[in-house]
Design a protein around this ligand. Structure first.
Ligand code: ZN
Ligand code: ZN
Length: 357
């Protein structure tokens, strides 16, 4: 019963990783490829151990004072210090991928995973392109070394399914205006609009990690859940992964708010064609709700510039990129000056033309 998994290549004993291009496990040393399915037995053995493993982990590994855990690397014997939420990482000494099975089994075992589709090169390219168009960006920010720090992370999400039964009543108006030689007439008609119906929602994601910014994670959506597969820890080899630290009950409130406001928006969208529509009574009842635990792929770059933190993130499946950018004031003024110089030149050209005629 081991707490730490390292998938070793049977040909050369190198540490194998998930290859997002081949969608297979691949040995980076001898290029041998393996189906993830063949590593399933490891997971099956682990899920059979399940809760027992959880229980055993607190005895087997050493806790440090600040909630960190010590492990020794099965490849090089080096000592790893991991945060209590870490589920997959790299050995800092030999750089081999490490999976901490205790954070992925029993109650903590994810139901689904969307494997990475875009590799680090693609992420770096996309980030570079994203930064390139931003003429006001300090050049230090576009530094290749900084871009190299981008990391592939499986972020824990809760996926909510539910049915929403909605009863809506709106007060709507239509306004008609006409005039004759003496008066302007306005006729306002009042309507009571009633909408009833059911909507069913599938896979509404809510971020289960307190470390991740919720707004940033929401802006990475949508993910294509038709490509989600049953969880296997082999998919995590070569990436970072965290287990959830916000449980599904704590996320339920968030999910319900999201489901209700989506339902309200959907129904509101059926009331087009009026001058005004005001909801007077809205009732949304949720039923048949269920939840699954999933790990979703995100490329993340955290960086500090002039004591401020910036985060860029890319959906590891679709390539959608989000993030905030710092502004270099020196560059901004230069840009503004360039702009006003341009305007002055145009004005001068016009004046010249005017003088000709
Ligand atoms: Zn090999
Ligand atoms: Zn090591």
């Amino acid at each position: 019963m081991s707490e730490m998994i390292q998938y070793k290549c049977p040909c050369c004993n190198g540490a194998i990783e998930f290859d997002s291009t081949a969608q297979k496990m691949k040995c980076p040393y001898c290029d041998t490829e393996f189906e993830t399915e063949t590593l399933k037995q490891v997971d099956e053995a682990l899920s059979a151990e399940g809760d027992e493993l959880d229980w055993a982990s607190s005895e087997q590994s050493e806790w440090t004072q600040d909630g960190m855990m010590l492990y020794s690397c099965t490849s090089c014997g080096g000592e790893l210090i991991c945060h209590e939420t870490t589920a997959a990482t790299f050995c800092p000494f030999c750089n081999n991928p490490v999976i901490l099975s205790g954070r992925l089994s029993g109650q903590l075992r994810p139901d689904l995973v969307i494997p990475f589709k875009l590799d680090k090169e693609a992420a770096k390219k996309a980030l570079f392109a994203h930064l390139k168009g931003k003429t006001l960006l300090p050049s230090a920010f576009k530094d290749q070394n900084r871009i190299d720090e981008i990391k592939g992370v499986y972020v824990p999400f809760w996926l909510f399914n539910a049915n929403a039964e909605a009863h809506m009543r709106y007060h709507a108006t239509r306004v008609h205006t006409w005039s004759d030689s003496r008066y302007i007439y306005t006729k306002t008609s009042h309507y009571m609009l009633v909408r009833n119906g059911n909507l069913s929602f599938a896979n509404i994601p809510v971020d289960g990690s307190s470390k991740m910014d919720d707004d940033l994670m929401e802006s990475l959506e949508p993910f294509d859940f038709s490509q989600a597969v049953d969880f296997q820890s082999a998919y995590l080899a070569g990436y970072l992964a965290d287990k959830y630290d916000v449980d599904k009950d704590a996320c339920q409130g968030n999910a319900n708010t999201r489901l209700k406001s989506s339902t309200e928006q959907k129904f509101y969208s059926t009331t087009a064609g009026y001058a005004s529509v005001i909801p007077e009574n809205t009732s949304v009842k949720l039923s048949d709700s269920s939840v699954r635990y999933a790990l979703l792929p995100v490329w993340i770059l955290n960086t500090t510039y002039k004591d401020k933190k910036y985060t860029f993130a890319m959906n590891g499946q679709t390539g959608k990129m989000v993030g905030d950018l710092p502004m270099d004031t020196g560059k901004f003024w230069g840009w503004l000056l360039g702009l006003t110089a341009g305007i002055a030149a145009v004005a001068f050209g016009l004046w010249q033309l005017a003088g000709l005629f």
